[in-house]
Design a protein around this ligand. Structure first.
Ligand code: CP
Ligand code: NVA
Length: 328
């Protein structure tokens, strides 16, 4: 694997071998971290972290990973910098590339992170756009590998709105790594056709399977992983909740749905999650629609089949692998 100097914008840009190489490196760096073995592979380097949307996991994963690798980091949040208001993306890219060794960007359209990369002479990493969330997929795949012992042939069913970043990115990751990906969504809420066709072409090479379903109980009957995401993503207007709740309610991951899957089936979620009413949005929406949880019920979220916190921890180990592979 030679990713030195490369951007990390979508998994479409990487070969299957390169993605597997990153997962192996993440596992190695995770083992070192657990054993207290230093791994300051990027000593003296610096990374700029641009967040035009909020974050807990991705920000913390980048900051801890950078620190463990011996790097400095600067967080530029949704407010407080000149980005987008007084300074264009192209100018920002050239300014930051003069001071930093890498730039992470979380924000809106994929074309923004692509433009940043075009104008930056240092590697740019996609920390989530409306369309893709590639660092999340690395963490998900590492978690599946650790929990189920393999990736090839694993059947992952994504429940909910598969048009957005998580549905799309999981489809790409599954295609590249030979999994069986099913998007289980209402009609019209599947990933876009051009991306689906690209993934089917990749699948023909890797042995992956890509299909769509709309009946949740039928879709999960031989699932190894049931994956879901929040029903309204960052940046979407509040008005979409009404329609989204009506359409997505049958796709809620609850005990009855899990009972239709194999006993060995695990539950995954990129987080954050509205699995109870203990958050401001969860409470507001849940009370309005008379629901105690939204995309996943609390009993499933807290069950032994749920690997969501292992998945969250793996964000850090996999992001560390991306930084180390591209900078050292
Ligand atoms: N999964 C994820 O990206 O979480 P954050 O929004 O907290 O970074
Ligand atoms: N689809 C979600 C993912 C959060 C990690 C969002 O974009 O808000």
């Amino acid at each position: 694997m030679d990713l030195k100097g490369k951007d990390f914008l979508t998994l479409l840009d990487l070969s299957t071998e390169e993605i597997k190489g990153l997962l192996d490196l993440a596992a190695e760096l995770k083992a070192k971290k657990k054993q207290g073995i230093p791994h300051r592979l990027c000593e003296g380097k610096n990374i700029a972290l641009i967040f035009e949307k909020t974050s807990t996991r991705t920000r913390c994963a980048f900051e801890v990973a950078a620190s463990d690798l011996g790097m400095g980091s600067t967080y530029l949040g949704p407010t407080g910098s000149q980005i987008g208001i007084k300074e264009s993306i192209a100018d920002t890219a050239r300014v930051l590339a003069g001071m930093y060794d890498a730039i992470e960007y979380r924000g809106f359209g994929q074309q923004i992170v692509e433009e940043l990369a075009e104008y930056s002479k240092v590697p740019v990493y996609n920390g989530l756009t409306n369309e893709f969330h590639p660092t999340q997929i690395l963490a998900d795949m590492l978690t599946i590998q650790e929990t189920l012992g393999k990736l090839q042939g694993v059947h992952l069913v994504f429940m909910g709105d598969a048009r957005y970043n998580m549905g799309r990115s999981l489809m790409v990751g599954c295609a590249k790594l030979g999994l069986h990906f099913t998007a289980c969504s209402p009609e019209g809420y599947f990933p876009p056709e051009d991306l689906t066709n690209t993934c089917k072409e990749i699948a023909a090479e890797t042995g992956a399977v890509i299909d769509f379903a709309s009946d949740p109980y039928e879709a999960v009957k031989d699932a190894d992983v049931i994956y879901t995401d929040i029903w309204v993503s960052m940046g979407e207007p509040e008005e979409v909740w009404d329609e989204r709740i009506r359409l997505m309610k049958p796709y809620q991951v609850n005990a009855e749905l899990m009972a239709h899957a194999k006993d060995s089936c695990i539950f995954m979620h990129c987080l954050p999650s509205y699995h109870d009413l203990k958050t401001a949005i969860g409470k507001k929406v849940g009370e309005k629609y008379g629901m105690s949880a939204l995309e996943v019920t609390d009993d499933v979220f807290e069950s032994e089949r749920s690997v969501v916190f292992e998945e969250a921890e793996n964000r850090m180990h996999t992001i560390k692998a991306v930084i180390a592979a591209t900078l050292s």
